[in-house]
Every structure is written in C-alpha cells, then in structure tokens.
Design a protein around this ligand. Structure first.
Ligand code: ZN
Ligand code: ZN
Length: 154
C-alpha cells in the first residue's frame, strides 16, 4: 500500500499530471485537425471542423487552446495586416503568399530557390532569430475569374 501511495504521489506522477493538463484530449483534437488543414483557417473555420468531432466544444475553447498551442510553439499564428488572424499547423520553415481578392493563403518554400531571402544573423545590432515574409497577389482561381478567356498573362 505504501509503495502504491509513493508511486501515486511521486514526482514523476506529478510531472505527468502537469503535462497531461497542458495537453488535454480536446487540445490534441484541435491540433490534429489544424494539421490536417492546409488552408490556414481562422479560429471560426477551425471551430466548424472540430465541432464535428467534439460537438460540445465552444469557440472560446478553440481560441484558448490555439493561444496555448501557439505559446508552446506547436503551431504558428499568422497575423496579416487588415485580415483576421489565421493559424498554421505546419512548423517547417516556410513563407506565405496571400490572395488580395479572396484571402486564400498558400505555403511557399523558397529555401532552395534563387528567390530565397537572405538570412542575416545580425541586423541593426539585433541577433536575428527568424523572419516573416508575406507575398501577396491574385491567386489562380481569382485570375481565372478576372479574365474569363483563361489567359493568365498580364
Ligand atoms: Zn483568390
Ligand atoms: Zn503555412
């Protein structure tokens, strides 16, 4: 009995419980669904998806969990000027291009491209730890809609 008690009250158990508190089943579902989506959804869009699996979840819960996941570095929060905050489950270094017509956001991987941005380690006395680059333009669908002839030329 004593052994059982010390196991239950032991430090490892306490740590496990704390970790569990940090990673609730709800949060796991939210993270899983966000990673499935390639659309960089808003909290409300993600809510619509998560609700299919967790019918009792609230939008407030989604917001709170997204904040915690962001703080924990499990997801990225995308804040573009003049548009709603979006969330990204893809942690690999990448940049984004956003459609100014419909708001769609696509991932771009410039790492090996000639367009890859310079990676200075120091700028204006700052030790640079990362960068955020946002391209914007008109997506293929919107270009198509704008020029019904189907020409993608300028
Ligand atoms: Zn578009
Ligand atoms: Zn992305």
């Amino acid at each position: 009995m004593n052994r059982v008690r010390s196991l239950i009250l032991g430090e490892d158990t306490t740590m496990a419980v704390q970790k569990l508190g940090r990673n609730t089943p709800q949060r796991r579902v939210i993270l899983h669904e966000l990673r499935q989506l390639k659309s960089h959804p808003t909290a409300a869009e993600l809510y619509a998806v998560v609700r299919k699996r967790l019918p009792r979840v609230s939008l407030g819960t989604i917001y709170r969990n997204l904040e915690v996941l962001n703080e924990d570095g499990m997801i990225h929060k995308l804040e573009f000027a003049g548009s709603e905050t979006r969330f990204d489950g893809l942690l690999e270094q990448h940049d984004h291009v956003r459609c100014t017509e419909c708001g769609r956001i696509e991932d771009i991987f410039l790492r090996d491209s000639a367009l890859a941005p310079a990676r200075p380690t120091e700028l204006a006395g700052f030790a640079v730890t990362g960068h955020r680059l946002e391209y914007f333009g008109v997506c293929p669908d919107c270009r198509q809609r704008k020029s019904p002839a189907g020409s993608l030329g300028n």
